[in-house]
Design a protein around this ligand. Structure first.
Ligand SMILES: C[S@@+](CC[C@H](N)C(=O)[O-])C[C@H]1O[C@@H](n2cnc3c(N)ncnc32)[C@H](O)[C@@H]1O
Length: 293
């Protein structure tokens, strides 16, 4: 399945600048202090490398992924001008193919493991063939193999290609899982109410997608022995007025266990995280109000 090409060159905008410098940066600083070292970065910084430059005091080496050769070339020029070229290692190609195959278009491999992964790509998450969910799962498995905690940032277009009903199927599975875990039948109507709300066609897909991806990350992380801490998904209007959705998630490896991890953040807490919105370069409250479990 070939994914749609939405844009070629990336231009930033005030909402993205706010998220990069006012929202993610403090989390990255916190992660840097918690890990007690410079963070090894894997991500898609584009030619301007605005994320790397904004966070550079917390970063050690960085591996970049880029599918456009001219963007890659301009990225090298920028790295040279900013005197960070010696810390740069580049991979060419589609990020999901690189993560799945374990090598880029020229046979170069990522330098596993990483402390900070910033997957900031064009397009949505779900398309027939599910290449992106499979690629993210592979990334989390790789980090698990190295028993390495990491901070994962994902930014994608809100509009996806979920013609296969993946989110609907997920919500039905979540309904079953919650009911199976709660023996008191008197509490089941509350579960039906919230799942039916998420299934409702007239709610913004952002709510469904926020819940879907956070549950997906938690599920893949716990299977690889990570304690996963999710944050509310953030929606914002990006370049060309396309709606974007942004996730920042901590994966802390739990050494010395052979079983699946169970996160400190409960599933109910995760469901109740809901959505936030950034507009005009700041948080805007009140547009996405969702029922709580
Ligand atoms: C949104 S920009 C990154 C912006 C940067 N992280 C920042 O904070 O300013 C995404 C970059 O990755 C490239 N890109 C987008 N989708 C990709 C994909 N599926 N695989 C590889 N590169 C991709 C684009 O060409 C672009 O240069």
């Amino acid at each position: 399945m070939k994914l749609p090409r939405l844009q070629t060159a990336f231009e930033t905008n005030p909402n993205k600048d706010f998220i990069r410098s006012k929202y993610d940066k403090p989390w990255i600083e916190h992660w840097h202090h918690e890990r007690g070292m410079l963070l090894k970065y894997l991500g898609l910084p584009a030619r301007e490398m605005l994320d790397i430059l904004e966070w550079q005091h917390f970063l050690g080496r960085f591996t970049t992924i880029e599918r456009e050769e001219n963007e890659q070339h301009l990225m090298f020029l920028k790295a040279n001008v900013k005197d960070v070229e010696h810390r740069l290692y580049s991979l060419y190609g589609e990020f999901d193919k690189i993560l799945l195959a374990g090598r880029d278009r020229y046979g170069n491999t990522p330098e596993w493991p990483y402390d900070l992964v910033n997957l900031d790509y064009f397009g949505g998450f779900i398309y027939p063939g599910l290449a992106r969910p499979k690629a993210l799962k592979k990334l989390i498995q790789n980090q698990g193999t190295y028993e390495s905690s990491f901070l994962l940032i994902v930014t994608q277009h809100l509009r996806d290609g979920d013609s296969i009903g993946e989110k609907r199927e997920f919500l039905e599975d979540l309904r079953r899982m919650l009911k199976n875990g709660i023996y008191d039948n008197a509490l089941h109507p509350g579960i039906d109410e919230i799942i039916d709300w998420y299934l409702g066609a007239n709610i913004p897909d952002a709510a469904r997608q926020g819940l879907y991806l956070n549950c997906f990350l938690r599920d893949c992380g716990e299977a690889e022995q990570f304690d996963v801490k999710c944050r509310p998904a953030i929606v914002y209007s990006g370049t060309g007025r396309s709606w974007m959705i942004h996730f920042t998630t901590e994966f802390r490896f739990k050494p010395g266990i052979g079983h699946r991890a169970s996160s400190v953040q409960s599933l109910v807490e995760l469901i109740n995280l809901g959505l936030r919105e950034v507009g005009n370069g700041k948080f805007v409250e009140g547009r996405f109000v969702q029922p709580q479990l």
